[in-house]
Design a protein around this ligand. Structure first.
Ligand SMILES: [Zn+2]
Length: 408
């Protein structure tokens, strides 16, 4: 199958690999989720911009800070918590709506109790970390002189590295329980794959993701002593041993190329650059005027800080996503080289797409703006291309398979 042929008709891979019912289900789910995506994107930008570019945010910070005497530390910390809390209140109806949609489609298994616990934990962690960062930012702005932003950039980079290091050991266990993959056929198969790859992996863990979702996934996180390969229990429950091994091979590809480490370093550099841009914007008087604040070192400017960071994030995100899709595609390539069984890879991709109700026909702009991974049909095409290049049997389509059903 050549490239021109593949692109001439609309998504031939989709039609040969998925049944009309599966394609329709994917389309209908996307139709249901689209308003959520649009509203949450707009809200995520509108709230910080309105708070930061009008005096509303400064007023909120002042009122919150006055609860504890109105000093700069009170305004920095309580102001930050107040803005986080307002964000939570505004987002809550949307996330509850999202939860009901996920339930209707059989993707979510969360009780409302667990939903509330997840939301509360996420809020407390986020609010505390943000308040700490805001407090540190204004301490530097007030006491480090003109070079404050150099220290702030270094601190932001350091926090990005620290975050990546502690994420698997401190944050993830707050939401999920992890246990070593139990002895048996699957563990033997995955350990053999790990040995074959030569990648140092300390352990293979299974997470209790099924308490929240029916969707399947796996990931690697941490680096050095905290590096682990985590397979969701929904994956081990629904995929065959070989299909799970294909998933693990992809994750080993991330570990082999040190994607977590490199991603962390890039994140640290991005954070430092973000702080430098923030520093320039924060001293631009029209922005301070819009926020109703005289000086950048007044913690009432923190809503403006969030607005600037939201814009920086918006501009930076497509680049981060493009890099993410690149390393995901590279991990797919690594997995094919290691696993050498494109047929199982295609089955695995197909199974995950159906189980997670993946969008089988995403538009190009959706991929550019939201996709951390290449779309599934592209990943399946990658496996077939690999097979053609290597001269192994090219994975057959689902339709070809169903014609032979019962034959073997
Ligand atoms: Zn991946």
């Amino acid at each position: 199958m050549n490239t021109a042929e593949r692109r001439s008709a609309p998504d031939p891979t989709v039609f040969t690999d998925f049944t009309p019912e599966q394609i329709e289900r994917s389309r209908a789910y996307k139709h249901d989720v689209r308003p959520l995506v649009v509203i949450s994107t707009l809200l995520g930008l509108a709230v910080p911009l309105v708070l930061g570019l009008t005096p509303a945010g400064a007023a909120l910070v002042r009122v919150a800070g006055d609860l504890a005497g109105g000093g700069w530390i009170a305004r920095a910390l309580l102001g930050s918590v107040a803005i986080s809390l307002l964000g939570l209140v505004l987002r809550l109806p949307l996330s509850m709506w999202g939860e009901t949609v996920s339930r209707r489609w059989g993707l979510s298994r969360r009780s409302w109790g667990l939903f509330a616990a997840d939301t509360a934990k996420g809020f407390v962690i986020g609010a505390v970390l943000t308040a700490g960062a805001i407090g540190g930012l204004y301490a530097l702005l007030r006491h480090a002189g003109g070079g404050w932003w150099v220290w702030a950039a270094l601190a932001a980079a350091g926090l990005a590295v620290l975050g990546s290091f502690i994420m698997p050991v401190l944050i993830e266990p707050l939401f999920n329980k992890f246990r070593p993959l139990p002895d048996g056929e699957l563990r033997d198969r995955l350990m053999a794959l790990v040995a074959q790859s030569g990648v140092p992996v300390r352990d293979i863990l299974v997470s209790d993701s099924s308490k929240r979702t029916t969707a399947a996934n796996a990931y690697v996180s941490g680096f050095g002593k905290t590096r682990r390969l985590v397979v969701w229990d929904t994956t081990t429950d629904s995929l065959s041993t070989e299909e799970t091994a294909a998933v693990a091979a992809h994750e080993l590809g991330h570990a082999a190329r040190r994607d977590v480490l490199v991603g962390t370093v890039l994140g640290a550099v991005g954070a430092a650059v973000g702080v430098a841009v923030l520093a320039a914007a924060l001293h631009w008087s029209p922005l301070l005027d819009a926020a109703g604040v005289q000086q950048a070192d007044d913690p009432r400017s923190q809503a403006l800080v969030r607005a600037i960071l939201a814009v920086i994030g918006l501009v930076g995100e497509p680049w981060g996503l493009a890099y993410s899709r690149y390393i995901e595609s590279r991990a797919d390539g690594y997995a094919l080289d290691l696993f050498r069984d494109p047929d199982t890879v295609v089955r695995m991709e197909r199974a995950l797409a159906v189980q997670n109700i993946a969008d089988l026909r995403p538009r190009r702009y959706e991929v550019l703006l939201r996709y951390t991974h290449p779309p599934i049909p592209e990943r399946i095409a990658h496996a077939r291309r690999w097979a053609a290049e290597q001269g192994v049997a090219i994975p057959r389509s689902l339709s070809a398979e169903s014609k032979e059903a019962g034959g073997t």
